[in-house]
Design a protein around this ligand. Structure first.
Ligand SMILES: Cc1ncc(COP(=O)(O)O)c(C=O)c1O
Length: 422
């Protein structure tokens, strides 16, 4: 088994992705982990079975100390969770059947009737919908703030949320961030959110800061280093990276993750063994893929920037706002490969551009090996009410592009001919 320390060296994540958490000797010497297709695991003896269930049910702290039943966990998922933890510097991680399952189970874990969630805006539309519609049915309300909010604005939001919670007989349950936000790429100042939370609630609080790091993680932003407590992913995107699976995860300190595990044990929603195995394969190349996609995006954006049919770009490598640039400099180590292009005109011009693309595919999602383009206002964010779309900058002339690992010059030629058709 590859350990995270080898002699005097602390091994880097890209090295650890090849073997960490797996011992071939336990699987007939198989170099790669087999896919464990089983619904249940045989106990050594009855006492071991009792001990496992004491851990699963929380009668004994520390969780199960072995494998029990595949709704709770399995070897492929455990290896995956160990490797996911490494990228974010987390103590523990949990994998889920989708990013949305991860987000819903996380929020249900921390919210009770009367509670308030604070969240940044914009969020992925299904996340916003879950907070505004589903949690509302259980008496949980929310207050949102714009992604670039200053410390003063954050202090104010937290004070209002606490007052609202007091009125409802609940508490401030969670601060939920998405940074950069989908689809505008607006960044949240995680350090300021953390400082504002700590100033308001003190050291002993039960209000975690969770952040959806799907757009930049795990390579270009490590939110736990900047004061977040729980990092959330749609693994469907860069981590899976080949547009051939759907999965999600949460990671953080055990004290934050254990309660989420308890609810996952009850509800299910864990990633299946085959998907976990595919994600292990994906993690071996995640750094290579993301690096190449990031380089390609920089070249494509350099071309698009000066184009007469483009109004502006929402690309983190070309920020034109001092506050956003300051957040980027403190939090991010790369600009990513997903960005927005504001085409001169509106929906009709965007549709002509999208329909003319030959290499880039017209599809929602992002972070795959292939380049994708979509129109958020009429697709992923169609359900967002119009006034909110306007306030969040999700305009009719916004096209979202996720750059893949193709040849950069081929991509530029494709965008050039598609813009000619606008
Ligand atoms: C930022 C972000 N978070 C969460 C999700 C939901 O993830 P999934 O589709 O894996 O459920 C998405 C999906 O597009 C996303 O873009």
């Amino acid at each position: 088994m590859a350990d995270s320390k080898s002699a005097s060296r602390t091994l880097k994540p890209s090295t650890l992705m090849m073997g960490h958490g797996y011992d071939p000797a336990l699987s007939e010497g198989s170099l790669k982990p087999p896919i464990f297709l089983t619904s249940t695991f045989a106990f050594e003896n009855a006492a071991a079975g009792k001990r496992h269930f004491e851990g699963i049910t929380g009668k004994r702290p520390g969780g199960a100390d072995g494998l029990v039943y595949s709704r709770f966990n399995g070897p492929n998922q455990e290896i995956l969770e160990d490797r996911l933890s490494i990228w974010d510097g987390a103590e523990d991680a949990l994998c889920f059947s989708s990013g949305m399952t991860a987000i819903c189970v996380l929020m249900l874990t921390y919210c009770a009737a009367g509670d308030v969630i604070i969240h940044s805006g914009p969020l992925y539309a299904a996340t916003e919908g879950f907070v505004a519609k589903t949690l509302a049915k259980f008496g949980v309300s929310y207050i949102d703030f714009p992604a670039g909010a200053s410390r003063e604005e954050l202090d104010d939001v937290i004070a209002r949320a606490r007052a609202q919670a007091a009125d409802q007989g609940g508490k401030l349950a969670m601060i939920y961030l998405e940074s950069p936000g989908n689809p505008t790429n607006a960044l949240v100042d995680i350090e300021a959110v953390s400082a504002a939370r700590d100033a308001a609630l003190g050291a002993d609080h039960a209000c975690p800061i969770a952040i959806d790091n799907t757009f930049l993680g795990p390579l270009w932003q490590r939110p736990l280093d900047h004061g977040a407590d729980i990092v959330v992913y749609s693994l469907t995107k860069y981590v899976g990276g080949h547009s051939d699976l759907v999965a999600g995860s949460v990671a953080g300190a055990k004290k934050w993750i254990d309660p989420v595990r308890m609810l996952r044990n009850t509800m299910g929603g864990i990633a299946d063994p085959n998907t976990a195995w595919m994600l292990l394969r994906s993690l071996e190349t995640v750094e290579l893929r993301m690096s190449r996609a990031g380089e390609n995006a920089a070249k494509v954006c350099a071309f698009l920037k000066g184009h007469p049919k483009i109004e502006r770009l929402g690309y983190l490598g070309m920020i034109d706002d001092a506050r956003q640039q300051d957040i980027y400099d403190r939090h991010c180590t790369g600009a990513g490969s997903t960005f927005s292009v504001f085409i001169k005109g509106g929906e009709a011009e965007c549709f002509r551009f999208l329909d003319a693309l030959r290499i880039a595919k017209l599809a929602v999602s992002l972070g795959g090996t292939e380049t994708l383009a979509s129109h958020p206002a009429s697709m992923t964010h169609l359900s967002v009410p119009d006034p909110r779309k306007v306030s969040l900058g999700i305009s009719d002339n916004l096209v979202r592009i996720s750059i893949g690992i193709e040849d950069a010059d081929d991509l530029i030629a494709d965008f050039e001919q598609a813009l000619d058709a606008v």
